[in-house]
Ligand binder design. Structure first.
Ligand SMILES: Cc1ncc(COP(=O)(O)O)c(C=O)c1O
Length: 320
């Protein structure tokens, strides 16, 4: 097995907490607390990716995402901290009063190219074309694809399982529930579980891709990682379950019932969930685990996304 190297960016171990909500207890792993400006699940992936960018002597880092992408924001900040420029290819429009993640992207000096939905469907081609143009000028762009979900980036969540293993007896745990965007977090978790020979399921709540697409992406990434790093394990399809139907309003939207739950949860526990990922995943967790008294055997992974809240200020305030 080849172990990749990383730089240190995340404040880890993050706490594993027992939370009481609606009269029921459940377990929450607080990856929203990996940092402040640099926070959430992306930081774990970026530890490996930025190490590699530095090793390759990158002049600039390219990545992509929505205009409120947590990953793009975290990449811009991580790049700044490593003294490397960044360019973000964002799906959406520029706003004079940029809010949330977009505000931070600008504050940290990232160059931004805004793309419409059609252009964004070809974002990898766009990034690699631009990389090729820069290469002709002897400039090296390190490209981080969607969500930092490469066979290198997902090491963030392979090693996460070692961290969790020290915090709780994982033989008592049945599952880990997390939002799935690009699928890297779920792929890393699956591999970490296999490497530790645990009988734990990953419940991925798809917020961006269809059930079949996300399943394919997760297995593709995990299989690629097994090959790239010669991991001594194989995948068990039964260990991944997609909890579908919690983002039918679309990636950039969120329904009132979910927002009500987010507000109620924030006001009774102090913990804030975001509108694109954790708010949707938490609703799925609430319906399928908390309400069924399965919260102490199934861990909710809070993957962060705090700054996304500011892009939806009015909706958060107007919801009861
Ligand atoms: C807050 C948050 N949670 C979850 C995810 C999903 O992670 P992944 O892309 O690894 O599936 C993302 C990013 O996509 C995110 O920003």
């Amino acid at each position: 097995m080849i172990l990749p190297k990383k730089i240190l960016l995340a404040n880890i171990p993050t706490p594993l907490q027992t939370i009481k909500f609606d009269g029921k207890n459940f377990l929450m792993k607080r990856d929203d607390l990996t940092g402040v400006e640099l926070s959430g699940n992306k930081v774990r992936k970026l530890e490996y990716l930025i190490y590699q960018a530095k090793k390759e002597k990158a002049d600039i880092i390219f990545t992509d995402g929505g205009d409120q992408s947590n990953h793009a924001r975290a990449t811009a900040i991580a790049a700044a901290s490593a003294g490397i420029k960044s360019k973000l290819f964002l799906w959406g429009k520029d706003k004079p009063n940029a809010d949330g993640n977009l505000f931070l992207d600008k504050l940290y000096g990232a160059e931004i190219s805004f793309l419409n939905k059609k252009e964004f469907s070809k974002v990898n081609e766009i990034m690699f074309d631009e990389r090729a143009k820069l290469l002709k000028k002897n400039k090296n762009a390190f490209v981080i694809p969607e969500g930092g979900s490469t066979t290198l980036g997902i090491w963030g969540y392979i090693s996460f399982m070692n961290e969790l293993n020290k915090q709780i007896d994982l033989k008592k745990i049945e599952g880990i529930v997390a939002a799935a965007g690009s699928g890297g977090t779920a792929a890393g978790l699956l591999l970490g579980i296999e490497l530790l020979k645990l009988n734990i399921k990953v419940f991925a709540v798809n917020v961006l891709y269809s059930k079949d697409e996300i399943k394919r992406k997760i297995f593709h990434l995990a299989e690629g990682c097994i090959l790239d790093y010669k991991l001594p394990c194989s995948l068990n399809e039964k260990k991944l379950e997609i909890i579908d139907g919690y983002s039918s309003e679309g990636y950039k939207n969120i329904t009132e019932d979910k927002l009500s739950l987010i507000k109620k949860f924030a006001q009774s526990t102090g913990i804030l969930l975001d509108p694109a990922y954790t708010g949707k995943a938490f609703k799925a967790y609430y319906d399928n685990f908390i309400l069924k008294n399965k919260g102490m055997k199934n861990i909710f992974l809070h993957t962060g996304g705090l700054f996304g809240v500011f892009g939806k200020r009015e909706k958060y305030l107007s919801t009861k």
